[in-house]
Design a protein. Sequence first.
Length: 84
Amino acid sequence: SEHVVPDGVPRGRPAHVCPGTLAMTGCSAKGCNETATWVLAWNNPKIHTPDRRKQWTACGAHRESLAAFLGARGFLRDVSLLDE
């Protein structure tokens, strides 16, 4: 089943991360091919340890909608610029 954020934008693919770097590909929003400029760090407290962080990436147009999706579920931990 497809998850939908409050503004109707469906959740997309996970960020592609090269181990040990912040070299990531495009935006995680479904169907978006824009270059990511934001990192959304999150975890699901029901299945992840408190220190575990998973990452989604976002372009400027999808940062708010992806953050809203994670925030509504209590998963969002941090939002930062990709190069930080």
